[in-house]
Write a protein that binds this ligand. Structure first.
Ligand SMILES: C[S@@+](CC[C@H](N)C(=O)[O-])C[C@H]1O[C@@H](n2cnc3c(N)ncnc32)[C@H](O)[C@@H]1O
Ligand code: SF4
Length: 384
C-alpha cells in the first residue's frame, strides 16, 4: 500500500511522494484505498496474505484510524496468515513516534524507520526534518512498541570518508534490532541532487571509494550478526523482511495506491500492474472506475524470466534455477554461467542455485544483463 504524501520533499528522493501544504483529504484517500482493495480481491481471489507493507511517501503521516481501516478490510476480504508481517514505514520525528502505539493497536507489528544518518549536519544536508536525537528517541519507542523494527541509513554521501562511516555504522549497530537497511546514495534523475551533481557541486564517492565503503559495511554488519541477505538489507537469520523477500523471490503482490506496482498470476499468466502516480488523479480514477490501474501488461515467459533473475540474484540465498525453469521454461546458458563463475562474479550454490559474489554485486547490472542474454530452453533440474 503506497501512501504518497510527505511533510517535505528530500532533495535526493525520486519516490512517488508529494507535499500538500493545504492538507490532505484523508477520508477521501481511505475510501479510495478500500475501493481499489476490493478490485484487487476480484483480481486475486482466494489468496492468503502473508505480509502487508505500508510504504511511501511517509505512511506515518496516516492516522491510526486509516491504517486500522485498511487492515480490517484486508482481513475481511482475504485470509491473513497467522502472525503475518505487517510493516509501516515511518519517519523518525517525535510526532510520528507518538502514533506508534496506535499503529500497534491497529495491527501493525513492524516499523521501518527512515533514519538516514545519525549526524545532524548530514541530516540537514540530506534535507531531513528530524534530528539525530529524535531518530534515536524514535528507535527507542519502536523497540518498546513492536516485536520487530528496522531502520534505514544512506551512506556513500558526499565527502563521506571510510573512517566517518565506520564510526556512524558502529553507532547504528549499537542501536539496531535484528534488521537494518543500508543504502548507498544514488543520484536520481530529476532531483535537486541530480542538478547539483551535474554542475559538479555535489560529488559522491564512486569506484574504489564506494567499494571500500561497501566492503566495510559487509564486514561490520557480519561481525555484528546482521549479515546481508540482499544487496542493501541486513538481518539476523530468520529476521529478514518477509515482505521484501516476496518481491525478490518473485512472488505475487497486490500494489494499491498511487504509483503502486503489482504482480499477479491470472489464468496462469503473470500480469504487471501499475497505478496512476498523481494522488488526486488516482483517487478520481478509483472513484470513477473502482481502480487506478493504468497499466496492466501480460508478461511473456521471457519477460518473467528477466524479472525473476533481476530480483533473485540480489539475494544472498541466490535464485532457484529449477523454479525459474519450471515457471518460464528458460535457464541461463551454461557457458555464460561458467564464464561469470570463472571471473568470480557469480557462484553456484548446490545443484540448482546461483548467486552474485561480493565482486559480482558491485557490477550487478552487467552480470544480470549477461545472464539474461544467455537464456535458452531449460535443462533438467540439477544441470546448471
Ligand atoms: C520511501 S523511503 C522511506 C520512508 C520515509 N519516507 C523516510 O524517508 O524516512 C525508503 C528509503 O529509501 C532510501 N532512499 C530514498 N532515496 C534514496 C537515494 N536517492 N539513494 C539511496 N537511498 C534512498 C531512504 O533510506 C529511505 O528511507
Ligand atoms: S525520502 Fe522519504 S520523506 Fe523524503 S521525500 Fe522520499 S519518501 Fe518522502
Amino acid at each position: 500500500m503506497h501512501w504518497p504524501f510527505c511533510a517535505s520533499k528530500c532533495p535526493y528522493c525520486d519516490f512517488n511522494s508529494h507535499v500538500r501544504v493545504g492538507g490532505i483529504d484523508e477520508a477521501r484517500f481511505l475510501a479510495a484505498f478500500l475501493k481499489e482493495l476490493e478490485h484487487w480481491v476480484t483480481l486475486a481471489p482466494g489468496r492468503t496474505v502473508t505480509s502487508i507493507f505500508f510504504g511511501g511517501g511517509t505512511p506515518s503521516l496516516m492516522s491510526t484510524h486509516t491504517v486500522g481501516s485498511v487492515l480490517d478490510a484486508i482481513g475481511r476480504h482475504w485470509a491473513v496468515e497467522p502472525g503475518a508481517e505487517i510493516t509501516l514505514e515511518a519517519n523518525p520525528s517525535s510526532v510520528e513516534a507518538g502514533r506508534f502505539r496506535g499503529y500497534r493497536a491497529a495491527g501493525v507489528n513492524r516499523v521501518s524507520l527512515g533514519v538516514q544518518s545519525l549526524d545532524d549536519a548530514q541530516l540537514r544536508a540530506l534535507g531531513r526534518l528530524h534530528t539525530s536525537q529524535e531518530a534515536r528517541a524514535a528507535i527507542n519507542v519502536a523497540r518498546g512498541t513492536f516485536e520487530r523494527f528496522s531502520f534505514d541509513l544512506i551512506y556513500a554521501r558526499p565527502g563521506q570518508s571510510v573512517d566517518a562511516w565506520r564510526a556512524e555504522l558502529g553507532q547504528a549497530l549499537d542501536l539496531a534490532g535484528k534488521h537494518l537497511s543500508l543504502y548507498q546514495l544514488t543520484i536520481e534523475q530529476g532531483t535537486p541532487f541530480a542538478a547539483l551533481h551535474a554542475r559538479g557541486k555535489l560529488v559522491v564517492p564512486d569506484g574504489d571509494a564506494a567499494s571500500a565503503l561497501y566492503e566495510l559495511t559487509q564486514e561490520m554488519t557480519e561481525r555484528a550478526g546482521l549479515p546481508a541477505y540482499e544487496i542493501s538489507n541486513h538481518a539476523s537469520p530468520g529476521e529478514e523482511s518477509r515482505h521484501n523477500l516476496t518481491y525478490w523471490r518473485y512472488g505475487e503482490y497486490a500494489g494499491i495506491g498511487p504509483g503502486a506496482h503489482g504482480r499477479v498470476i491470472v489464468d496462469g499468466v503473470r500480469r504487471a500492474t501499475s497505478t496512476e502516480r498523481s494522488p488526486e488523479t488516482w483517487a478520481a480514477l478509483v472513484e470513477a472506475e473502482d481502480h487506478g490501474i493504468i497499466e496492466d501488461v501480460a508478461l511473456s515467459r521471457a519477460e518473467e524470466a528477466d524479472e525473476a533473475l533481476l530480483m533473485g540474484v540480489r539475494l544472498t540465498e541466490g535464485i532457484d534455477l529449477s523454479r525459474l525453469a519450471a515457471r518460464t521454461g528458460l535457464s541461463p546458458g551454461r557457458r555464460t554461467i561458467d564464464e561469470l563463475a570463472e571471473l568470480q562474479l557469480i557462484e553456484r550454490l548446490g545443484a540448482d542455485r546461483l548467486r552474485a559474489t561480493a565482486s559480482g554485486r558491485m557490477v550487478l547490472n552487467e552480470v544480470v544483463l549477461r545472464l539474461a542474454q544467455s537464456f535458452e530452453p531449460a535443462r533438467a533440474a540439477g544441470n546448471y
